[in-house]
Design a protein around this ligand. Structure first.
Ligand SMILES: *[C@@H]1O[C@H](CO)[C@@H](O)[C@H](O)[C@H]1NC(C)=O
Ligand SMILES: *[C@@H]1O[C@H](CO)[C@@H](O)[C@H](O)[C@H]1NC(C)=O
Ligand SMILES: *[C@@H]1O[C@H](CO)[C@@H](O)[C@H](O)[C@H]1NC(C)=O
Ligand SMILES: *[C@@H]1O[C@H](CO)[C@@H](O)[C@H](O)[C@H]1NC(C)=O
Length: 345
């Protein structure tokens, strides 16, 4: 299934046989060269009933003011009839390599922190709408629902999906580290994959589902052997892109979002495993991490572009594929009138 589907092209799903299930976790001693994560001194949360919840993000920390004032915030609802076809948007490329990685429960979400070494270089996101810049994948964030509630951050025509996986990368051509990039123009690119219910779980997501048992509580972490981020992506060249923000504090508007036009899948049983992840430390009263998504933000007439082209020619009402524009004609007479009325002369 595709989010925007106008022809019945064959799907290429479930390419991975999920034969292996064990031997996935190796607790090895290799330490990650991950950039020291900036300690947020305020314990923010996704719980709108508490101080520190989304309505207060912009108030509790000086650096988080964009969460309240920003007008290019994320996530947004992707509306099929508002997509603009742009032939210049090429498919995105993600290096197909294993990475050094650590799966961690931050209390607000579960996240994969990615490191690199001489043997395992960083994996980069390039092409797509990224203007030739190279972005290094720094972490992968998981947003999810629980029980009957779905938990993706972006919605498609109002529909929320069970989960959203976000590969967060920073521009290494311009900035020395993630922190600097997250506050600077063209600093961040996020490759986002929505997760739907299906008969089989994506292979890499299966590894992670098993690993959730090791990080039930806040601050627990486990190293993953030979984790390959690219295996979380569906097989599609079709993307949707727009300029927005981080969806957690400080909500900086430095993010080029790239949403793939197909979901990956998780079984309902595996999805259920993710509900045993807690916001709280071991021993404390259990408060689940999920649901952990930020509510939909105003689009404010932003351009949401797509390269979904080949399906547009026939019986498809999804997008604008012809643009006719003309320059405004200004008569000389109007010029002089305007000059005459110019209050600044
Ligand atoms: C990713 O980019 C970095 C430079 O930012 C480079 O050192 C590394 O080799 C690249 N990774 C791959 C797989 O090409
Ligand atoms: C959650 O997602 C599932 C699978 O896509 C869908 O069938 C269900 O209707 C969604 N539930 C809600 C409440 O939106
Ligand atoms: C990130 O880079 C900035 C700018 O060069 C520097 O001031 C800062 O100390 C660096 N932060 C970390 C965590 O390395
Ligand atoms: C496209 O839109 C027209 C009119 O709005 C409608 O009659 C037609 O059924 C639509 N076609 C598809 C494939 O949705």
């Amino acid at each position: 299934m595709r989010f925007f589907e106008c022809s019945s092209l064959p799907n290429h799903f479930s390419p991975f046989s999920s034969q292996f299930l064990t031997h996935l976790l190796i607790l090895h001693t290799l330490s990650l060269t991950v950039e020291a994560s900036t300690r947020n001194n305020y314990q923010w949360s996704y719980d709108s009933d508490v101080f520190g919840g989304p309505d207060f993000w912009g108030l509790v920390e000086k650096d988080w003011w964009m969460c309240r004032k920003g007008r290019l915030q994320s996530p947004i609802d992707i509306q099929p009839d508002r997509l603009l076809f742009d032939a210049s948007v090429k498919p995105v490329r993600l290096d197909k390599l294993p990475v050094l990685s650590e799966f961690v429960n931050t209390g607000q979400m579960v996240r994969i922190r990615i490191g690199y070494s001489t043997k395992k270089p960083s994996v980069n996101i390039t092409n797509g709408p990224l203007y030739g810049y190279r972005y290094r994948v720094q972490r992968i964030d998981f947003h999810m629902g629980r029980g009957k509630e779905n938990g993706s951050e972006h919605t498609i025509n109002g529909r929320r999906f069970p989960m959203e996986v976000q590969l967060v990368a920073f521009n290494t051509d311009l900035y020395p580290n993630f922190t600097a990039a997250s506050k600077s123009p063209h600093g961040i690119a996020i490759l986002s994959v929505l997760v739907d219910f299906g008969a089989q779980t994506n292979q890499e997501l299966t590894k992670l589902t098993i690993a959730t048992a090791s990080i039930s509580y806040k601050d627990q972490r486990v190293q993953m052997a030979d984790f390959e981020p690219w295996r979380l992506l569906p097989f599609t060249r079709d993307i949707i892109t727009y300029e927005g923000s981080l969806t957690s504090p400080g909500c900086h508007e430095t993010v080029t979002w790239i949403i793939l036009n197909q979901p990956i899948f998780i079984t309902r049983e595996h999805f259920e495993e993710w509900s045993h992840l807690y916001h709280t430390m071991e021993g404390a009263e259990k408060v689940p991490v999920a649901p952990n998504y930020r509510k939909i933000q105003e689009t404010n007439n932003r351009l949401v572009r797509t390269n979904i082209q080949h399906k547009m020619s026939y019986n498809c009402n999804v997008s604008v594929n012809k643009i006719h524009y003309r320059a405004n004609h200004v008569a000389p007479q109007q010029h002089s009138t305007r000059r005459h009325n110019n209050p600044f002369v």
